[in-house]
Structures are given as structure tokens and as C-alpha cells.
Design a protein around this ligand. Structure first.
Ligand code: ATP
Length: 274
């Protein structure tokens, strides 16, 4: 259980505003945070992490006080059992994948086996000797997630972690996120603008606007959206045989316009009637 009430004066383009958010998350809950640009989503996560100082309120997590303005209590960010994943990965560029994870796990009992477990779980073992610059965006984000998990967090804070990725990679990493959330028994806050992603991953969604909670409740049902797949073969007609991610194989699929396809290529299909 994590519950908090956080207040912070914001200096916004529209003038001074106050972020004022009170919420409680059940253990194991995945809460999506959404809302327009400038609503205070990133600020909320930074306040929870202790990266910014609130003006008032409290944060309690699993019986531990992280912050209480009235009681003058403040747990510094490095002592809060949480992991933070940013949109731009924020990996150490001069360290290998393994070193990035080992740095985060350092000082904990069982750090070596934990790094090995995370590399295996995130399918990063073969990439362990590489530096982040030699990885794709999706691979870098798997490293960032593994590095956040290397701190054995109770709370995982995800600031639009998948928004810079192409659709097939995003869909694959949504599954990785869901699996990690479940496997490590995490409580997670996920900032996302993508209604399909929210519907797929979140138990509840909180909508912020100008620093205030506009709505908290179940996510809206998943809107019909593109499906991720991989080209198996090009048919003589020029149409495609496509294996959907985690689903059936489709025959006679019209090739989406704009590029030529080869077997093995990933693509996103929009459902429709010809
Ligand atoms: N430390 C701070 N002190 C005061 N104001 C801040 C601080 N950090 C951000 N702000 C302001 O608060 C507002 C909310 O910023 P924030 O980055 O939290 O929004 P957001 O909802 O994450 O937006 P986006 O979707 O564009 O990332 C912005 O107008 C920003 O300029």
C-alpha cells in the first residue's frame, strides 16, 4: 500500500498553479497517469521519488514514511525503494549493459545473481557486453527497465517509457512491463497518453489537469487500434502472409502503403474492411 498527499506550487505558462494530488494505491496495482501537457504528471512522479521537494503533504509506502511535512520527515531519494524509468532511457553511456545493471544493484545482498536473473528475464544476456549506443531504442528501454528493477523496488515509476518506440516494439514492451510488474509484485505508476496502452496495462487511471485530479477510475475499454505482426512471406499477388504478435497467421493481407516489405519485417496493421 502506498498513499500520499502532495502539494507543490507550479510555475506554468498559464501562471502560478498548485499541484494538489491525494491518492492511495493497493499493493500490486498498476495506476496509469494521464492528462494534457503541463498537467503535472512528471512533477508528481518526481515528488514521489524525492527528486523534487514538495511544499506540503506526506508519502507513506508499506508502513514506511518517505516524507511528512508536519513531522519534518524526509527520506532521501536514494533510500526510497523505487525504480524510475524515463522516456529517454537515461542509461550510463560509458558502461556496458551488465555494468549499468550492476551499478544499480551494487551493495545489495545477492546483487550478482539478481543481475544475471534480470539479464535473462529481459532477454539481454547476449547484449550484456554492449554499450547503450550500440542498442536499438527498444533494447535500451529493456535495459532501463532492468536497471530500475535491479534496485528491488517496491514502487515503479514509469514516465512515458514507451512513447519514443515504434508500434511493434511498443506492443512487445507493454507485455514485458506487464510481466515484470506481476513477477516482482510491484506497485506501478505509469504516465501514458495512449488509451490502448492504458486499457491493456492499467487497473485504474487518474486524469490530471492543471495539477488537480479530474477523474480516477477504471480505464476506458481498449479502442480498436493497429495490430503488430511480422511478414512471413510475400505472396505472388504482392499481398502478404502475416504472423500477428501472439496471435494467428493472416493470409492475403494487403501491404500497408509507403514501403516495400520482405519476410521477417515487422509491421502494424489497421483493422478495416476493404
Ligand atoms: N520544480 C518545479 N517547480 C515549479 N514548477 C514546475 C516544476 N517542474 C515543472 N513545473 C511546471 O509545472 C507544469 C507541469 O509540468 P510537468 O512536466 O509535470 O507536466 P506534464 O503533465 O508531465 O507534461 P508533459 O505531458 O508535457 O510531460 C509545467 O508548466 C512546468 O513548467
Amino acid at each position: 500500500m502506498i498513499d500520499f498527499h502532495l502539494r507543490k506550487a507550479l510555475h506554468t505558462a498559464a501562471g502560478p498553479r498548485t499541484l494538489d494530488v491525494a491518492l492511495a494505491l493497493a499493493p500490486g496495482e498498476l495506476l496509469a497517469v494521464t492528462g494534457p501537457s503541463g498537467a503535472g504528471k512528471t512533477t508528481l512522479l518526481r515528488l514521489l521519488a524525492g527528486l523534487d521537494r514538495p511544499d506540503g503533504g506526506f508519502v507513506r509506502a508499506g508502513g514506511q514514511v518517505w516524507y511528512d511535512q508536519d513531522a519534518r520527515q524526509w527520506l532521501p531519494p536514494q533510500r526510497r525503494p523505487l525504480g524510475f524509468v524515463f522516456q529517454d532511457y537515461a542509461l550510463f553511456p560509458n558502461m556496458t549493459v551488465r555494468e549499468n545493471l550492476a551499478f544499480a544493484a551494487a551493495g545489495q545482498p545477492g546483487a550478482g545473481p539478481l543481475v544475471a536473473e534480470l539479464l535473462a528475464l529481459m532477454e539481454l544476456t547476449e547484449l550484456a557486453p554492449r554499450r547503450p549506443g550500440a542498442l536499438s531504442g527498444g533494447q535500451q528501454q529493456r535495459v532501463a527497465l532492468a536497471r530500475a528493477l535491479a534496485r528491488r523496488p517496491r514502487l515503479l515509476l514509469l514516465d512515458e517509457p514507451l512513447s519514443a518506440l515504434d508500434l511493434p516494439t511498443r506492443l512487445r514492451l507493454q507485455q514485458v512491463l506487464a510481466d515484470a510488474h506481476q513477477h516482482f509484485g510491484l506497485t506501478t505508476l505509469l504516465i501514458s497518453h495512449d488509451p490502448a496502452e492504458i486499457a491493456r496495462l492499467a487497473h485504474r487511471v487518474v486524469e490530471l489537469d492543471l495539477g488537480q485530479v479530474r477523474r480516477v477510475g477504471p480505464p476506458a475499454p481498449e479502442p480498436p487500434g493497429p495490430l503488430a505482426g511480422r511478414v512471413v512471406a510475400i505472396l505472388p499477388s504482392g499481398r502478404l502472409l502475416v504472423q500477428l504478435a501472439g496471435g494467428p497467421t493472416l493470409t492475403d493481407v494487403p501491404a500497408p502503403p509507403g514501403r516495400t516489405y520482405a519476410p521477417g519485417d515487422e509491421l502494424a496493421l489497421t483493422v478495416g474492411v476493404e
